[in-house]
Ligand binder design. Structure first.
Ligand SMILES: [Ca+2]
Length: 160
């Protein structure tokens, strides 16, 4: 599995500033893409989507959730337990989830019961879970340590 290595230490600072760095068009039709055979930590996923002219995926309502579900169903995989990074995170203020680099608050969500639990890592690094991923089998969300490597979902607006 090819892994995307990318140092992007400024993202938490950017998120704390709560600025919109991406095209902020929440009501336009968009498409989701899952880069084939590529995994990354959450920061690298953001960077990869941006480098491809896209953004880390936002899921703003039930219609978008259904669209993302279709893309995930079509994604070939041997592991039904896979998770895919999406843009939701609480890197800026713990417990307050926002989308990617747009800073939009997370209003629609589909957290698994008991999530996000902001769990503490067991590797002694003192990291907690600040970045969200969506499950391939249930389409429910869970928060994970942002440094974990997972597949991820980008989005692109159709008129661009
Ligand atoms: Ca969690």
């Amino acid at each position: 599995m090819q892994q995307w290595q990318y140092a992007f230490p400024s993202i938490p600072d950017v998120l704390r500033q709560n600025r919109c760095l991406c095209p902020c068009k929440p009501f336009e039709e968009k498409e989701y893409y899952i880069p084939i055979r590529r995994t990354s930590n959450w920061f690298g996923a953001v960077a990869f989507c941006n480098s491809a002219g896209m953004e880390i995926a936002e899921v703003l309502n039930a219609d978008e959730a259904n669209a993302l579900r279709q893309v995930m169903i079509e994604e070939e995989s041997d592991d039904d337990m896979e998770f895919f990074w999406i843009g939701a995170n609480d890197l800026g203020v713990q417990g307050t989830h926002r989308w990617g680099l747009t800073g939009r608050p997370v209003t629609y969500s589909n957290w698994t019961v008991g999530e996000p639990n902001n769990a503490l890592s067991d590797d002694g690094s003192n990291q907690t879970e600040r970045c969200a991923a969506i499950a391939k089998d249930t389409f429910e969300w869970n928060d994970f340590q942002c440094t974990q490597h997972k597949k991820f979902v980008c989005q692109q607006f159709r008129d661009e």
